[in-house]
Design a protein. Sequence first.
Length: 421
Amino acid sequence: MTAPEIHRAIEAVWRIESPRLIAGLARVVRDVGIAEDLAQDALEAALERWPETGVPDNPGAWLMAAGKRRAIDLFRRDKMLDRKHAELGHELDARQEASGSGIDVGLNDDIGDDLLRLIFTACHPILSSEARAALTLRLLGGLTTEEIARAFLVPVATIAQRIVRAKKTLADAAVPYEVPRGTELDERLPSVLGVIYLIFNEGYSATAGDDWLRPALCEDALRLGCVLAGLAPEEPEVHGLVALMEIQVSRSAARVGPTGAPVLLLDQDRARWDRLLIRRGLTALERAEALGGPLGPYTLQAAIAACHARALVAADTDWGRIVALYLALSLIEPSPIVELNRAVAVGMASRPAAGLELVEALISEPAPKTYHLLPSVRADFLFRLGRFADARAEFERAAGLTRNTRERDLLLTRAAACGAP
């Protein structure tokens, strides 16, 4: 292999193996920040050695061995954890680093638990939601600081600072590197799912910038969701989130036109929806429902998405069921956003005036005042009721609130369709 080919191979290996590597090392050193530093040291060692020796047969094992050797050096230098030092030293001295054969037998036996620990640590509620998202993409998504900054359209220094502060916060608070149990697991799981869904939503409907979609973020979130579903197969909401993301992302090809302009749900060419992803999403939804108990927010949202996915044409959409599902969702997770979506469903199931009435009730709410979809939905209802001047004003107001260029252009186009003021 040429040097550029080896470097590309190292990048690919890092993307695949870095979560396992960091998770395994974190179990050894009990500190996520130190574990990531050790993993980076192992990566640097690979960049130095592999161009000369070639990529080993088991690159993940090679990286793990290199990281553990550096952990031993750390223990020696700090004169700490003598027992672990002896155990690790004995284990590593008995193996051949070059081949990587069987190097991480003891560690990989527990890799599932290690990844689960890492997910719950990176998504700990002690961190802000922005810090959780950045740290999760860094540790479990294998993204560089630059890639995360580009994805969220913020300066690299801001992301770097969030990650550094997040690791310091976890260390200073002595957050245990473990999977919570019992009621604590129930309390912490929504935080983990929320971070994954936050990442997905930023890819599915970008809040700012020139692109309507950021597929790479959707892929990262879906991959994290699938990992979590494999590690926590008895948690229905995990499968519910995976179902929701797979069904939503199945529409991606139809959500943008040839120029990259957004295409609204009712205008999409459903022949372009990915039926394989829809089948996978429906299977995950069935799994979530089969686990029993009351449906959680992600499973309910997945059920709503499934109503759209099952309709081969927009006119076949079961809006009555969607209204009922949004009502159920509002009972367990009330929010103005849920009510706004319910208003849309009511307007589609019965008549625009009924939907507009629900939207009007939200205008006095403080939370959605700067939420661009509130005037956008109101404008749509006004347009359907023939109140074109009012609709135009609302579309223009919505355009002024969004930070996404593509969405702003769409809203201004719809405003123009209402006629001159």
